[in-house]
Design a protein around this ligand. Structure first.
Ligand SMILES: Cc1ncc(COP(=O)(O)O)c(C=O)c1O
Length: 361
């Protein structure tokens, strides 16, 4: 069999280790996963809806997500035809590339950011133009300098993963004025619920600029990572193409019902956001006490500079039942990322970190 040449040197995405795997391989009974930016709470109100939906699992889901689409279009004040649903927002990244890229077209990705952009761009035969961050933030000036007549898509994670930094309304507005209309700017807003008030309103901008696509997810603040659903909003034309080329039943019925229930319950979301904020400050304080550098985060995770290779620390924490995320995939061997867990989990993480550093008295 001869495979496509583009796939020869593809580094596949390495997700955070699953809890079950760590339990199995290290013989542990309790494992805390602080590696994949999930929230640590189960949205119990959604469990009930899913139980009900289980009665219909012999039937295909609604391929057009009718009720969810209607609810979301009202909530976001966008036309139903502007929305695309995905099996997680991950799928929307691939769909945008599939819709737009011809072999050799250029895609601008920054560094370090969500690795899927680069992996998917390679799969779709694009030429990748990497623009490094400046002080852990997107450099919009450098991105603009790198736009050529072959540029088709610019990916921007806002807030960013793994740094946790974000771009403001002012920065994004000024940037969009300078981006040519034939270049799509893909704003990946997987963590937008956690961001502060000067965060950009890209859906409003989309009313003026058609070359914007905004993706969001139910995996993070809403706590539905396990049932896979995300959505994107763009121009009617782009959404139409993306809807044409997606798999017909890409969003299963549990995910559709779960997402509707999630949107109808603000209380859970507010609790999550307040909790994350409070707990983030607890961790900042502890990192300061330990003298570990970190980047202030607009998300539910924090990136730290450990000032030495993180391999031994990672092994140590795994044996103690804590999964963090090393950033070696980004070539950042001294850095790691930790998601905000339950208070008990965060406290135990700090305790183990202290022990590792020989600071536990
Ligand atoms: C920046 C960013 N975008 C997208 C995703 C994918 O989220 P999902 O496919 O679960 O919606 C993630 C997940 O970690 C992320 O960090």
């Amino acid at each position: 069999m001869i495979y496509r040449k583009e796939l020869e040197n593809l580094n596949c995405y390495k997700p955070g280790k699953p809890i079950e795997e760590v339990k199995r391989t290290l013989g542990l009974e309790e494992v805390y996963k602080l590696a994949s930016n999930e929230i640590p709470f189960i949205p119990v109100h959604i469990n009930k809806v899913i139980q009900k939906e289980l009665k219909s699992i012999n039937r295909y889901p609604d391929a057009g997500c009718f009720y969810l689409r209607k609810l979301l279009s009202e909530k976001l004040d966008v036309n139903t035809e502007q929305i695309v649903f995905g099996n997680g927002s991950d799928e929307l990244i691939a769909l945008s590339l599939r819709a737009i890229i011809n072999k050799g077209d250029e895609v601008i990705v920054s560094y370090p950011t969500f690795l899927i952009y680069e992996i998917q761009a390679k799969i779709h035969s694009a030429k990748i133009i990497r623009v490094p961050f400046k002080e852990f933030r997107y450099s919009l000036t450098e991105i603009l300098k790198n736009i050529s007549n072959k540029t088709k898509i610019i990916f921007i994670a806002n807030p960013d993963n793994p740094t946790g930094t974000y771009l403001t309304q002012k920065e994004v507005e000024a940037f969009m004025i300078k981006v040519p209309d034939n270049v799509l700017v893909f704003f990946d807003e997987a963590y937008f619920e956690f961001a502060p008030s000067d965060y950009p309103d890209t859906l409003k901008l989309l009313k003026k600029k058609k070359n914007i696509f905004v993706s969001r997810t139910f995996s993070k603040a809403y706590g539905l990572a396990g049932i896979r659903i995300g959505y994107g909003v763009g121009s009617k034309e782009l959404a139409n193409v993306m809807n044409k080329i997606r798999e017909p039943f890409n969003v299963n019925r549990l995910a559709q019902a779960g997402a509707i229930a999630a949107l109808e319950n603000d209380i859970f979301l507010k609790k999550v956001l307040n909790y994350v904020q409070k707990e983030k400050f607890y961790l900042y304080k502890e990192f300061n006490k330990l003298g570990i550098q970190f980047v202030k985060s607009a998300t539910n995770f924090i990136m730290l500079d450990f000032n030495q290779d993180t391999s031994n620390l990672n092994d140590y924490l795994l044996k103690k039942g804590i999964i963090i995320r090393e950033l070696k995939g980004w070539g950042m061997n001294n850095f790691f990322r930790v998601s905000i867990g339950k208070h008990k989990e965060n406290k135990y993480f700090i305790h183990c970190l202290k022990k590792y550093m020989g600071l536990d008295k």
